[in-house]
Each structure stands twice: as C-alpha cells, then as structure tokens.
Write a protein that binds this ligand. Structure first.
Ligand code: TRP
Ligand code: ZN
Length: 869
C-alpha cells in the first residue's frame, strides 16, 4: 500500500492476500455486549456503537471496518487514541474491561454490494454474513466473538413505520419531526454476522406456533401489503419445519417471536439472522398463478433451512469461516431430510443428487476445487459453494449411514448439548458423533480435508459352478489444486446382488460395505448358478463417481426390478449415457432402442409414482454428459442428445400422448401426487415436441392457453421457447404482457429465453441484456439471464466465442456494483481445460481480459486468477 502511494505510476497493490486456516488465533478481546443506536436515513445513517469489551489474550483492540470513517472514538468516556490500519480501527488498550464507543455515518442508498445496510424497494435492510457487519460499524466481526445486543432505531415514521431487529421489541416511542423509535433486545449471545435490522412500510401475515413444551411463539412474515396473499405457503412451511425439528432432532424454538422479511434485492437465497430471517422474495412469495411446483418446494426448503439454522448455526455457531460447512453442510442435510419427509423421499434424493452432479462435481474437478473445510481463501464470500453446502451435506448423510439413524441422533444431541452457546469446529461435530456412537471416524475425516470426487470402479466375478460371487472394488482420489497423492478414503457403499428376473435380493440382502483400502474384495456365497446383477451405491450412499462394466441388458434389468428407487433411476440414466457417449466420442450411429424400451417399461410400471417417472425418463443434462467426456465438443453433445430425445418422442408417441390426454389435477392442488402428474406431463410434452416440432408446438400452445397455474404455463412455454414455430413468439409476448409487473415472474421470462436450445439464443441473450427490464442491480434478474445462459452448454459455448465475450463483459460490469454476485458468474469460464482447443483458448482469453481490468474486486480477482491456473 505504502509503495503505491509513494509512486503514482504504479497501480495500487491490491489487498488480495490469502487467509489461512492454520493461522487461527483466539480473539484478543471479547465483546460481551453491543449497544447500537442507529439513526436511519436512506442517505445518511448515523451509527453509534457501544461495545463492552473484555480482555482475552489482550493487546491492541482491532476493530474491522469496510468503507467506514470514524467520526468519534471514545474509551470509558474519554476521547481515545486510535489509528487506522487499512480499513481497521486500532485502539491501544490495557487493563481488563472497557466501554468503547464509536460513531460512523453510512449511506445505505449508495450500497450496491447489498452487504451491510442497504436500500431495497423502499426498505432499509441488512445482510451481515460473512463480513457485512463491518460495513455498518467498527467491530471485531469474526464469528467466535459472541455478544448480546440491544438495538435502538430511529426513523421517519411515515416512510418506515415498521422497525425490526433481532430478538424482542422492548420499548418504542415517538420522536420529533415525524420520527419514531423502537428498541430491540436479543438475549442470546450471537456473532455479528447474525445481526439484522429492517425498516420499512411492511404488512405481516401473522400466526402462532405452540412448541413441544407448550410455549407460544408469534410468527410474522413481513412483505408489502399487496404481497400478503402470496405468503401462506411460506407460513405453512415454517410451521411444518418447526414441528419437524422438534420431532426429528428434539430442537425447540427459543424466542417468543420469529420474524421473516422478504426483500427484492438479495445476494443469495435467505439469511438466518437470529429471530429475524431476511429472505430473497423469491423464497417467500408464491401462489399457483405465479409460482411453479418447483418454486413452492424451493420455498419450503429454504424456509426450513433458515429456521433449522437457529440450532445448527445460531445456538452453535462457527469458530471461523473455514468451518462454514459445520453449519451449512449440516443444515442443508437437515432441510433435505425435511423435504424428503414432506414429499416423495426418492424423488427429493434424485433432485439433490442431480444438483450435486451438475454443480459440485464440476467444481471438484476444476481449478476452483477445494475441500469441504477449506485451508485458505482470499475472499470468504467465494466459499459459499456447492462443495461446502452440498458435498458438506453428503458428509453428514454418510455419517448417519455409517452410524445408523439412532446413534446419529445421539451424536446430534451430544453436539448440541456440548456446544450450545459456543463457536465450534467441524472437528467438534465429528468428535460428538464418535463419542456418542463409539465408532472410529479417523479415516472418515479425510472427507473434510481432501478435495476431489473419488472414483470407484466395481467389477463382479461370478463362479457359476460354485454359486459364488466376488466384487472387486477400487478407489482413486484425483489430484486437485494444491493436493496430490491422496490417501484412500472411507467410502460407505450400499449395495446388493439381485436376481435379474425379479429383483430379489440375494445372499442376505443389502449390505453396507466400507471401502477403506485402495483395492478391496467382497465375497458372496450361495448366489446360485445364474449371474446376479449388482445394484450399487444405493440411495447414492457416497458422493463418488462409479465406473462399472455393467452391460445394457443388466442396466435395463435394474431399471425394471431394482427395489431401490434411486438405483433404478440411476440405471436408466446410465443406459441413456451408454447410448449417447459412443455417438458423441466416436461418431458411432446412435441406437436409441434400449433407452426407448426402458422408458416404455418405466412409464408402464404400476409400482412407480408419476414424480419418479418424470425424473427417471428425463435425459441427463448436457453439462452432465460433458462431465463424462475426455474433451467436450458442445455441438456434438447437443446433436446427439437432441437426436435421442427426438427418437424417444417418436418411439413413445402413443404413451406420451396418453399422458397428456389424461385429466389434469386441479390448478391449486399441491399434493405430491398432483405435482408428480404435472411434472410428468411437462416431460412428455418436451419429448413430443422433440419428435415433431409442429405437432409439439400445437400441443404446447394449447397447454399454455389452457394453463391453470404456473407449472403448466411455464412448462408449455419452456417447450415452445426451444421451437422455431410461430407459437413461440406469441406465447412469449403474451407471457410478458401478463406478468411484466411481477418481477419474480419476469425473471422466468428472461430465464426461459436464455435457456432455450436454439441457434438464435446467443443473440437473444445479447438483446435481453439491453432490454429495459434488465438490470445489473438486481441479483435475481442478473442470474435469471446469465446463469441460465451459462448452463445452456450448447449456446454458451458457441464456436464463435461470442458467449464468452458476453459473459466477460457482464462480469466486468457487474463487478463495479456487486462483486459477490459478479464472482459467482466466473466458474463456467474456469472450465476451459475441458473443452476442445479452439473454445479452450477463447475461454482463457476471456478470463485474461477480466484479469486485466483495473480495480477488480477481491471476489472476482480470486475466482479469475484461480481459474487461469
Ligand atoms: N447463511 C445463508 C444460508 O445459507 C447464506 C447467505 C445469505 C449468504 N446471504 C449471504 C452468504 C451473503 C454469504 C453472503 O442460509
Ligand atoms: Zn445456510
């Protein structure tokens, strides 16, 4: 820094240094209590913070700030000696306990990062995780410093009639000049990242919940008055989640009040601030007219996730940000199980695995790969990843599989009891599981420290004469950035040998095999003279990539008879991949017949529900196919996949048409059964349109026009969006006209067009980026356009390289406003090593162009520099 100031020629040396997990030290000073007095104003908000600090290790008191200027600093009532070290306020302190008071002024209306205190749609609200509190006031702002809080807010009574903060409201009153004030106290010590306040003109959907011990909790969901009718599903989900956590984990809510507020501009899904969850409005607002079944399920999942954090995250929090998966992995696991219990468990499992493979596997196989518990970061916001969240959830799930549900529950109880009120580590969680179960998880811990998706290969030998079988298993852990020559992991594999005729489980039924060695054998006696088929990684018991030499007829048999629903789904997906891969890689002729036959058998199976059928007969996404290729040629992937879809549409036409001709469920019927029927109808529509575009367009337009809810309407529009048919434009225009005033639905309109698999989509995305309704300032809108675009492999990877240019331009522009959101757009470019040479070079060039941009944020700098290495 000093060098840059002395030499005006040199670019400022950016403060982009890495932080290391091994460097953790306990805080020098605790902060026992925080008293905030906040004079709210959209342009000039004054924050006076009174910190009750107590010596721990002692030494100077270092308070983090971010774009803050101290107006006054006092210690024990006296003006204090302080310095600024970069953004940090440093105060020399001796003794044991002091009162430190700082005053700053901030401008929420100028806060486009949406971190700290910011304005959104006339509201003032906060987002503090991970390091946003330091944008509001000077504070240690690290999760191992826990304090009680008392917050007094003053604001204009007309513009901000509702004033909310964590905990309970303890006093309020009128001020002068049309202002009023409210004081909130949170009795539970919490880290600063869980601080929140909201001020605005809000109305509440209010309800009550009686806890298992008979306490009454007031529940409120705060939105704009006109949005109240769309809050009922979120409220129902909240009560379901509260009941579920009592029944499943024995965890009860601890305050008398639970508030949720919906805001339109939000960097992620939602935030678990103590007693005052703040949500992206897309995870609150829904009715059948404007939200799809998937949206409804997403809301239930996120409401539950944030609620569950009250224990897994708030009562027990993280010691440092390297431990993020302690709260996120565990809480994702908890919300996944909740959704499994509320819906079809097998279908939810399939959806979660689909997401893991689509996002986490590529991450783990590329330049941004990192362990579930990372060892270093430049910007912590970049580590809210699928690895920390979703692979983290798989780790918890594996522990439950290994220990069994009962011992796992004992371990969770012990963990909560031991660490309540503390800032804990991933190690603490594993140790509680060990102590409660007696199981040794030493080798299992490698899942926290070793990145990369393990590859497991399985080969079955059958001795017909002896009637015995041997399974030969091998594991391999690929190298990842900074990690090579890894130790073998402890991999829990659920597997069974099946009779290929009827699926009967042979030789004692399903086994849980712990694969702990590089190579291992499992032997079976008394399996008979016919060679059994092997059902592997049932329920996706471990997050691995399986390599097997099972033949088409074995996969087809599994798809028909496997008693494990996940394995049955898997067999169908594998069958489709086996049909496509040779055609993509060697230009072999595509033989769709095994896939068509298996789909027919699945559609006809009397024992399967419709939601499962919809999942099982869907082809693997383009990105997933790409993952299985040595070198990706997106044109070939697209061509072969589209060819297979067309063949299925033609080959199964009668059956698919029958599905569409059947009665539709009522528009507002949200039962598992109704959702499944709608999902299967939409998949059927897609296949029919792939097989015959003109006929498909007519069917889709008819469904669009007759739609009784958004699932039907969006399903039809998504199909039409892919087709070069006149109904396409008509329906898109109609959709825009109908919903242009509803931002959440307008996001769908942007997203559907960006996701369309048609030659014109690239130019369409460029046009949409110039559309009057497009804005870089709203993260939902930016993601609707760009994330759907980059997930559209064929279009994004257009041979011209225009897609990369467009993305790079967008990242550079977004970075000036909102680095966190801009950085999340980088990973698709980071996959350059996986593509054929021409595209690979252009992707690299786009990354290099971003890298050369002046004033790049830490967030984008980290993602781009790592992506280039
Ligand atoms: N803790 C939140 C969750 O998973 C995630 C989150 C919300 C977040 N807002 C954020 C993470 C801003 C980083 C930055 O429930
Ligand atoms: Zn979370």
């Amino acid at each position: 820094m000093a060098d840059a100031r002395m030499n005006p020629e040199a670019p400022p040396a950016p403060d982009h240094a890495a932080v290391y997990r091994k460097d953790y030290e306990p805080p020098a000073w605790w902060v026992r209590h925080v008293d905030l007095d906040i004079d709210l104003d959209p342009k000039r908000t004054r924050v006076r913070a009174t910190l009750d600090v107590e010596k721990n290790r002692g030494g100077p008191l270092r308070l983090a700030g971010d774009e803050l200027k101290p107006l006054a600093v006092q210690v024990d009532g006296q003006d204090a000696r302080w310095t600024l070290d970069g953004d940090d306020l440093v105060i020399e302190l001796e003794g044991e306990r002091h009162e430190v008071v700082t005053t700053v002024e901030i401008d929420p209306s100028a806060n486009s990062q949406l971190m700290g205190l910011y304005a959104s749609g006339g509201l003032l609200c906060t987002q503090c995780e991970s390091e946003g509190f330091r944008r509001i006031t000077f504070h240690p702002d690290r999760p191992d410093v826990l304090s009680t809080y008392c917050v007094t807010m003053h604001a204009d009574a007309q513009a901000f009639p509702i004033l909310l903060a964590n905990g309970n409201k303890v006093a309020e009153g009128k001020g002068e000049d049309g202002r009023h004030w409210a004081r909130w106290e949170d009795p539970f010590p919490k880290p600063s990242y869980l601080f929140a306040l909201v001020a605005g003109d809000l109305a509440a959907n209010s309800d009550r919940f009686t806890t298992m011990s008979g306490r009454e909790v007031a529940l409120n969901i705060w939105v704009r008055e006109k949005d109240l009718p769309r809050t009922h599903h979120a409220m129902r989900s909240l009560k379901d989640a509260m009941r579920w956590d009592e029944q499943t984990y024995g965890r009860e809510y601890d305050l008398d009040l639970f508030n949720i507020v919906a805001v339109d501009d939000f960097n992620f899904g939602a935030m678990e601030n103590k007693g005052l969850n703040i949500f992206n409005s897309r995870y609150v607002l829904a009715d059948a007219e404007t939200a799809t079944d998937m949206d409804f399920d997403g809301i239930a999942g996120v409401v539950a996730h944030e609620y569950f954090h009250n224990w897994s995250g708030n009562r027990v929090t993280c010691r440092d940000w390297f431990q993020l998966s302690l709260k996120e992995g565990f809480t994702v696991f908890r919300d996944q199980c909740f959704s499994q219990d509320m819906n079809s468990a097998a279908v939810k499992r399939i959806e979660d695995v689909r997401l893991l493979r689509a996002v986490q596997f590529p991450e783990d196989n590329g330049p941004l790969a990192h362990p579930v518990r990372p060892d270093s970061y430049i910007e912590i916001s970049n580590f809210y990843t699928a690895t920390v969240y979703n692979k983290g959830a798989e780790l918890i799930r594996m522990m439950r599989t290994i220990l069994g549900a009962q011992a796992f529950r004992k371990g969770a109880d012990l963990y909560f009891e031991r660490h309540d009120g503390e800032a804990a580590t991933c190690e603490d969680f594993v140790r509680a599981m060990e102590d409660a179960s007696g199981e040794d998880l030493t080798q299992f811990r490698l899942w926290y420290s070793q990145a990369g998706t393990p590859r497991v290969s399985v080969h079955l030998d059958h001795d017909a004469a002896a009637g015995t079988c041997t399974l030969r298993l091998r594991q391999e852990i690929p190298d990842t950035p900074g990690q090579s020559d890894k130790a073998p992991m402890a991999i829990p594999l659920k597997l069974a040998l099946l009779d290929p005729q009827n699926g009967a489980e042979l030789a004692g039924g399903e086994r849980l095999v712990m694969l702990t060695e590089p190579e291992q054998q499992v032997t079976y006696d008394a399996v008979g003279a016919t060679c059994p088929i092997v059902s592997l990684n049932r329920d996706f018991s471990a997050p691995i990539i399986l390599k097997t030499d099972r033949e088409d007829d074995e996969l087809a048999a599994l798809a028909r008879v496997d008693g494990n629903a996940f394995a049955r789904f898997e067999a169908l997906q594998e069958l489709a991949l086996r049909a496509m891969l040779p055609a993509i890689e060697q230009g072999a002729a595509l033989d769709p017949s095994p896939v068509i036959a298996a789909i027919e058998a699945t559609l006809d199976a009397p024992d399967l529900d419709q939601a499962f059928k919809a999942e099982a007969i869907m082809l693997p996404a383009q990105g997933m196919i790409g993952e299985r290729l040595e070198v990706i040629d997106p044109d070939k992937v697209h061509e072969v996949r589209r060819g297979l879809a067309a063949a299925i549409g033609r080959g199964q036409r009668a059956g698919l048409e029958r599905l569409l001709a059947a009665d539709r469920p009522a528009g507002d019927d949200l039962s598992v059964e109704a959702k499944g029927r709608r999902a299967l109808r939409n998949v059927a529509l897609g296949y029919l349109a792939a097989g015959d575009a003109a006929a498909g367009a007519a069917l889709a337009k008819a469904q669009y026009d007759a739609a009784r809810n958004m699932t039907e309407r969006q399903g039809a529009l998504a199909v039409l969006a892919n087709l070069e048919q006149p109904q396409r434009g008509e329906a898109l225009d109609d959709f825009y006209a109908r919903y242009k005033d509803n931002n959440l639905v307008l996001d769908k309109w942007f997203g559907l067009q960006a996701r369309a698999e048609r030659a014109g989509t690239l130019e369409e995305v460029a046009r949409l980026a110039e559309h009057p309704d497009f804005t870089l300032k709203n993260p939902n809108r930016l993601r609707a356009l760009m994330s759907n675009f980059t997930a559209n492999q064929w279009v994004f990877h257009h041979a011209s390289g225009r897609g990369y240019e467009l993305l790079a331009d967008m990242i550079i522009a977004a970075d000036r406003l909102n680095p966190q959101v801009a950085a999340r757009l980088v990973p698709p470019l980071g996959r350059w090593k996986r593509f054929e040479p021409a595209r690979s070079a252009m992707m690299r060039a786009a990354l290099e162009r971003i890298m050369e941009t002046e004033g790049l944020s830490k967030d984008v700098f980290e993602q781009v520099s790592k992506s280039l290495s």
